[in-house]
Ligand binder design. Structure first.
Ligand SMILES: Nc1ncnc2c1ncn2[C@@H]1O[C@H](COP(=O)(O)OP(=O)(O)OP(=O)(O)O)[C@@H](O)[C@H]1O
Ligand SMILES: [Mg+2]
Length: 253
């Protein structure tokens, strides 16, 4: 049996993310040309929780940035909720990103000059201006869900690393995105805090049915995702059930 396994599209699943032969080449046509992603094809359906793993430099962040519309591909096709991204204007891409995608990074990028609540509301304020009462209530609900109600009106710089990352998760979810991309969101946290933060992703994944693609170097956490995609030198070398990940690949990342 081929080592390369892929999840096939099932008719009853709603595909929210689809890549067909996607390539990314940095510095095209210069001596620094670097072909980082090679013919990446994959699909993610509504409500999936997917770990993206691979050694340092294998292209995980590059892939996440392209899928999350923070960077553009060099060739191939990317569809977000059925919409073909190639050919869109910058403005259309920005709109699609703000409607459909939430991001969580290793470093939370919170703004300490603003309160915790305003940080969570930021994606809505950027899109709509002053948030509505319903939007503020939803942000408050999310802060409750991540256990931070009592800190709502404080500055973010009085929070611990784990608490700040929980604010970043609430911020990523406040637009009710169909897709959440998280790039090593627990990479900066101790084991117990990482477990707690990861549990929040699991909960939101089930409760809100948002698809989540999470980059992690922690095999304990990737094992908790039903599906794992593994990159080696910018190519998918495994895409399948985390439980079936060949032993060959289970070595430390
Ligand atoms: N803006 C850029 N210009 C040129 N090359 C880049 C750029 N960004 C990333 N690369 C290259 O792309 C390759 C993949 O980098 P990437 O950051 O995607 O890896 P990664 O799998 O996320 O690694 P890590 O686990 O260390 O975060 C590396 O060789 C890197 O040097
Ligand atoms: Mg990276």
């Amino acid at each position: 049996m081929s080592k390369l396994q892929r999840f096939t599209d099932r008719a009853d699943q709603q595909v929210v993310l689809q890549l067909d032969k996607l390539n990314k080449i940095f510095n095209t046509g210069t001596p620094l040309q670097n072909h980082v992603l090679h013919d990446i094809s994959l699909q993610v359906s509504r409500g999936e929780l997917v770990a993206l793993v691979g050694t340092s430099g294998s292209g995980k962040s590059t892939l996440l940035n392209v899928m999350g519309l923070l960077d553009v591909s060099s060739s191939g096709e990317l569809r977000i909720q059925g919409q073909l991204v190639q050919g869109m204007t910058e403005q259309q891409r920005t709109q699609l990103r703000s409607e459909s995608i939430g991001f969580v990074f290793q470093f939370h990028h919170l703004i300490s000059a603003f309160s915790v609540l305003d940080n969570v509301l930021m994606p809505l304020m950027l899109r709509f201006g002053k948030p509505s009462t319903a939007q503020v209530e939803y942000a408050q609900y999310l802060l409750g869900e991540v256990g931070l109600t009592q800190f709502m009106h404080q500055s973010t710089n009085r929070l611990s690393g784990g608490q700040q990352q929980r604010v970043a998760i609430a911020r990523a979810l406040v637009t009710r995105p169909a897709l959440v991309f998280a790039d090593e969101p627990t990479g900066n946290l101790d084991t117990q805090t990482a477990d707690e933060v990861f549990s929040l992703f699991e909960r939101f994944n089930v409760e809100h049915q948002c698809a989540i693609v999470i980059v992690t170097h922690d095999p304990r956490l990737s094992a908790r995702c039903p599906r794992t995609i593994r990159l080696t030198d910018g190519r998918i070398v495994y895409d399948g059930a985390s439980a079936d990940l060949p032993h060959l690949f289970a070595s430390p990342l």
